[in-house]
Design a protein around this ligand. Structure first.
Ligand code: G3H
Ligand code: 13P
Ligand code: ZN
Length: 333
């Protein structure tokens, strides 16, 4: 058994309380590689922001759970080395799909887990989330559960259609499960193709997607005052990264994300955790494609992973400072 507290990690409880009260959101960045971890830590230290480093089932399959946990341990030490005496870093399981997977992560140094029973019938989702919460809370590990279904297709997370969260269910769900935060569905979705061009409106040559369902979010806030809400699928899919990828040999068509203005607005509400993965993938791929196209003789991975890491760090800092507003929000510097 490895307890996260021995690794210098923290759970989400206190940081969410402060984020809801302060009207900002904590960034939850997915990571699969050392370069992503380094970029996340550099960005969090430079901006003095708490941060959630999250690992999907696909990430564990790719990189190995033990290695990722040790990267998170290294992240705490690295943050201190960079001059942050009291970093607030959460190691979170993203989209856990079974009690066994959540238990394995809790037993192996994770400080927070998500149990995603959102595709199950309501009562089964309640029962599964409750079981995970009962186990996790014995070790002071916090639990995110989900109500409502997000559309989108990735390695391990996929659904063709989205179903908005029903506000009339949230009190019953959070009370009976005892979950610490709730992921909701209000129009975000996973991946870099969140909307079809037909769903968007053309404004000054730019495709603008339909707005998020803020009415549902506000109804949920009224039913659960101060309760931490989570938004998945919140990449903005920056056009400059998509254009760079396409300019240097890529082929990404109709990539459309969530406008940052809407995420800025959501961050001011009870939304206190915003999940971003695709934007990191785009920043990394754009920098690597550009570097290799401009330096065809390079073959040392450090030559192209360094600009990739820099580009991700720039993106993370931008999200923290200009979108989520979590800069300067460490309890102690
Ligand atoms: O929500 C899913 C995350 O973006 C992780 O994606 O399962 O492809 O690692 P993945
Ligand atoms: P994006 O695909 O929009 O980055 O969403 C990531 C996510 O929700 C991870 O759980
Ligand atoms: Zn997600």
């Amino acid at each position: 058994m490895v307890n996260y507290k021995d690794l210098g990690l923290v759970n989400t409880r206190e940081m969410f309380k402060r984020a809801v009260a302060g009207g900002y959101a904590i960034p939850a960045f997915n990571f699969n590689t050392m370069e992503q971890m380094q970029a996340i830590v550099m960005a969090a230290v430079e901006t003095k922001s708490p941060v959630i480093m999250q690992v999907s089932k696909g990430a564990r399959n790719y990189a190995n759970g033990t290695i990722l946990r040790n990267l998170a341990k290294g992240a705490v030490e690295y943050a201190k080395e960079l001059g942050c005496e009291h970093p607030e870093i959460v190691l979170h399981l993203d989209h856990g799909d079974s009690f066994e997977l959540c238990k394995e992560c809790i037993d192996n140094g994770f400080s927070s887990v998500m149990i995603d029973g959102s595709s199950l019938p309501y009562e089964e989702n309640v029962a599964l989330a409750k079981k995970v919460v009962e186990y996790a809370h014995q070790f002071d590990v916090t639990v995110e559960a989900e109500l409502g279904v997000l559309a989108g297709v990735e390695d391990e997370v996929s659904s063709a259609e989205s179903h908005y969260t029903k506000p009339e269910e949230v009190i019953d769900f959070s009370t009976r499960t005892g979950c610490d935060s709730l992921a909701i569905s209000i129009g975000t979705s996973h991946g870099a193709h969140k909307f079809t061009p037909e769903q968007c409106t053309l404004v000054n040559g730019v495709l603008v997607p339909p707005p998020l369902a803020f009415d549902i979010l506000h109804e949920i806030e009224k039913k659960l005052p101060g309760f931490p809400i989570v938004l998945h699928g919140s990449s903005s899919v920056p056009m400059e990264e998509v254009n760079t990828i396409n300019k240097y040999g890529g082929h990404l068509e109709a990539a459309i994300g969530i406008p940052e203005e809407q995420l800025r607005e959501a961050s001011k509400s009870a939304v206190c955790k915003i999940n971003i993965d695709s934007d990191s993938r785009l920043a990394m791929t754009a920098a690597i494609r550009k570097h290799l196209a401009e330096h065809p003789g390079d073959f040392d991975p450090r030559q192209y992973l360094k600009p990739a890491r820099e580009n991700m760090k720039k993106m993370y800092i931008h999200k923290i400072v200009n979108v989520l507003g979590s800069d300067g929000k460490l309890a102690q510097c």
